[in-house]
Design a protein around this ligand. Structure first.
Ligand SMILES: *[C@@H]1O[C@H](CO)[C@@H](O)[C@H](O)[C@H]1NC(C)=O
Ligand SMILES: *[C@@H]1O[C@H](CO)[C@@H](O)[C@H](O)[C@H]1NC(C)=O
Ligand SMILES: *[C@@H]1O[C@H](CO)[C@@H](O)[C@H](O)[C@H]1NC(C)=O
Ligand SMILES: *[C@@H]1O[C@H](CO)[C@@H](O)[C@H](O)[C@H]1NC(C)=O
Ligand SMILES: *[C@@H]1O[C@H](CO)[C@@H](O)[C@H](O)[C@H]1NC(C)=O
Length: 603
């Protein structure tokens, strides 16, 4: 059969597995420190755009391989990440190693926390950080950036005074729409900018804004003429009186505040879980949407008698830590006072659902038991808030194992482990397909970040999670957040079947074999681009079998090349454009078991 014919229709579907396939030869010089710094950035303010695109070295000589950067002689010189929904705060010192940076631009995101430290970036010319959620003051050492030409800090939440910028190179400056205060330093440079550079900072005064700074009060004449000693005595007296009046007041205020807070906590069930979540959501969101519904309509429901039950209040009192933020949900690790640890998902996009639909689906999923599925323990359902409570698996996800820390600090993932992970996933998927025969797409969201890999000394055990969401989502917009939306049939607007899961499985097989990240749609600001698959198709089709596609970490395991080839072929069958040409999940599992069997017979 002609592989080309099978694969070509994929080209028309822009949201497919593009970067698994971008087999760009890696040549030229690059600087791993710079790569590490950018990965640090990606992991802190993460955006799926960056995950799918920032792999391998950032630069090849003067050419950039990553979106959002520009390179010169292998060094990163521009970092431009405008309007791509970056969230969270910047890692403290990540820019220190981008020593040749001349342009830093992260306009129009949701970055919170303090402004970055730019101390040693002597070549920096452009700093654009407007329209974010930055807080704190403008670092004083920005006045030492000798090459600075333009700086935009408007539309943040900055406080404090403006440092005395006086670089002659500075030709554009904007700090409007913040909460800055104090006099505008009267340097030649700062006086030269228009009023609109400073607007909407209620506490600012002085030229060029038309608001006079208050005249500092003239030192009041000493009330006593009997010399310094007496004046000290008066002051001491004033001090003692103030202290004796203020301290009791303060104690009362603090007590009242504490009492009120406690009281509110008890009555309104304002939880640590809620609060942590609130801290982490962007400040722009409406607070009322985020709080847990006080008039809750349902309590937690449990599926497993063996797990000690806890109630919603226990959960709300638990300390919660964000483990991950996906398109559909945010996942917390919640440690209950009883010592029990669970994983809690707050799911979005399911609020259009009737209570009955949600509860029925949860009860169905809650009954499933398989060693390769992350078990659902319980759920909470109200109009505003839906929580799904899973067993906590102390693990890394497959995405992290495959793609993170590439470079010096990495522990390679060898072929034996990869094969065992593949088999575990196939077993979990096969079980789901057997257990949910009436579901159109039983899993619907199979991707490497939804595979949790538990390490038990030398053995690895994998469990899949986030299954069964398909019936819970109604609009195409929400369905687009699921992994099955990358399947050709979804792109073409056709009906989905369980073969869409098989497609996702095939993509993940390729990801495990090649070590490349399947592309999300890649969007930089407004412009949306799809990568060209032809490179890959050519390699696979013309060279029959080429070890070029293998992840370098498994390339050396020559004795297993035959298995890798067989699995690659299986992956290509699973990703066939026509769903009916893809094998069933049971057949997929059988073939993987055969490959594994032969391996143990030979070895
Ligand atoms: C890269 O560009 C710089 C000038 O920007 C030039 O001097 C250098 O030769 C270029 N290097 C390569 C490998 O093209
Ligand atoms: C990243 O995206 C840019 C721009 O869209 C593209 O040119 C580049 O090839 C991509 N790189 C990788 C490694 O996917
Ligand atoms: C800001 O970014 C969002 C996407 O995050 C985009 O929709 C919007 O148009 C951008 N606004 C401006 C003024 O660039
Ligand atoms: C910068 O590079 C040095 C090695 O030169 C490394 O030790 C350090 O951790 C890096 N800093 C950051 C913030 O990545
Ligand atoms: C500064 O930014 C504000 C808000 O974006 C804008 O209205 C104003 O025109 C800008 N002023 C200058 C001088 O760029």
């Amino acid at each position: 059969m002609n592989l080309a014919l099978k694969l070509v229709p994929l080209l028309s579907c822009i949201t497919t597995w593009s970067s698994v396939l971008a087999l760009i030869p890696i040549i030229g010089q690059y600087y791993p420190n710079e790569q590490a710094a950018l990965w640090q950035l990606r992991d802190s303010v993460g955006s799926s755009n960056l995950y799918s695109n920032w792999t391998g070295p950032p630069c090849m000589n003067n050419q950039s391989r990553w979106g959002g950067i520009a390179c010169s002689n292998g060094h990163v010189v521009h970092l431009v990440l405008d309007g791509i929904r970056l969230m969270g705060s910047l890692p403290p010192a990540f820019l220190n190693n981008l020593t040749l940076l001349t342009k830093l631009s992260m306009r129009n995101n949701s970055i919170s926390g303090p402004l970055p430290n730019l101390g040693n970036l002597v070549g920096l010319e452009y700093v654009f950080l407007s329209r974010n959620l930055f807080t704190g003051s403008i670092p004083f050492d920005y006045v030492q950036l000798q090459s600075l030409k333009e700086i935009e800090l408007q539309e943040n939440y900055l406080q404090g005074e403006i440092p005395p910028f006086d670089q002659q190179s500075l030709i554009a400056f904007n700090v409007s729409y913040n909460s800055l205060e104090g006099p505008i330093p009267q340097t030649d440079v700062l006086r030269g900018f228009p009023e609109s550079s400073y607007l909407h900072n209620s506490g600012l005064c002085g030229n060029p804004i038309k608001k006079q700074c208050p005249v500092p009060p003239a030192p009041s004449p000493s009330p006593s003429h009997s010399g310094k000693k007496s004046s000290f005595e008066t002051r001491d007296l004033v001090f003692i009186i103030s202290v004796s009046v203020l301290v009791p007041c303060l104690v009362i205020v603090v007590f009242l505040w504490y009492y009120k807070r406690r009281h509110r906590k008890e009555t309104a069930k304002n939880s640590e879980l809620g609060e942590t979540a609130i801290e982490l959501e962007t400040k722009k969101m409406n607070a009322s949407q985020r709080a847990l519904d006080p008039e809750r309509t349902a309590e937690l429901e449990f599926f497993e008698k063996s797990i000690p039950a806890f109630d919603l209040d226990d959960l709300l009192r638990a300390s919660a830590e964000v483990m991950g933020k996906g398109k559909l949900s945010t996942t917390y690790k919640a440690s209950l006072e009883s010592g029990l640890v669970v994983s809690v998902k707050r799911v979005k996009d399911m609020n259009g659902l009737s209570n009955k639909e949600f509860i029925q689906q949860m009860q169905l999923l809650g009954k499933l038991r398989h060693e390769n599925l992350v078990q659902i323990i319980s759920f909470y359902n109200s109009k505003q808030e839906k929580l799904i409570i899973y067993e906590f698996v102390p693990s890394a996800n497959l995405f992290e194992l495959l793609h993170e820390n590439r470079g010096s600090a990495r522990i390679p993932l060898n072929w034996g482990i990869r094969l065992s992970i593949i088999k575990d996933i196939a077993m979990g998927m096969n079980f789901l397909h057997q257990s949910l025969p009436n579901h159109k797409v039983p899993h619907a969201n199979l991707k490497s970040s939804n595979v949790l890999v538990l390490r038990q000394t030398q053995n690895y055990h994998s469990k899949i999670t986030d299954y069964g969401y398909y019936p819970l989502l109604s609009s195409r917009r929400s369905l687009e957040k699921l992994a099955v939306s990358r399947s050709p049939e979804f792109c073409e607007g056709k009906k989905l079947t369980n073969k869409a899961d098989v497609y996702c499985f095939g993509i993940m097989l390729l990801e495990i074999i090649t070590g490349r990240i399947p592309g999300d749609e890649i969007s930089w600001g407004d412009e949306e681009k799809a990568e060209d698959l032809s490179e890959w198709v050519k390699v696979v089709v013309n060279n029959d079998w080429s070890t070029d596609i293998l992840d370098v970490e498994i390339l050396g395991t020559k004795e297993a090349h035959d298995e890798m080839l067989k699995l690659t072929n299986l992956a290509l069958e699973c990703t066939a454009a026509a769903p009916e040409k893809r094998p069933k999940m049971t057949d997929v599992l059988r073939r993987i078991e055969e490959i594994e069997q032969r391996k143990s017979d030979n070895g």
